[in-house]
Design a protein. Structure first.
Length: 99
């Protein structure tokens, strides 16, 4: 198992795949996300969890996700296409403007 950015991967044919699954499940649990947020706050990062049921008091107010709001994630691949990033964002926002 390894982490990169905000991604966890479980390798095929890992020596202890069940142990890795237990770790991933714990990390994504309320307790795991609370511990993670506490530690990244100590390091000075302003990350937030997608979970809405974990304490957010250590995260700067302007970095907190808004409960119930809809978010989209832009990946590096999305930005490396032949489209300009601005065109990509317009395409993503088009359905919202019809509402």
């Amino acid at each position: 198992m390894r982490t990169t950015g905000f991604t966890m991967s479980l390798l095929e044919q890992a020596p202890h795949p069940n142990a890795a699954k237990v770790l991933i499940n714990w990390f994504l649990s309320k307790e795991g996300q609370s511990v993670w947020l506490e530690n990244v706050a100590k390091e000075g990062f302003d990350y937030d969890s997608l979970r809405e049921d974990v304490p957010k008091d250590k995260i700067p107010v302007d970095s907190r996700r808004i409960p119930g709001a809809k978010y989209f994630v832009i990946t590096k691949h999305d930005l490396l296409t032949d489209k300009k990033p601005a065109d990509f964002v317009k395409q993503l926002l088009a359905p919202l403007q019809k509402q």
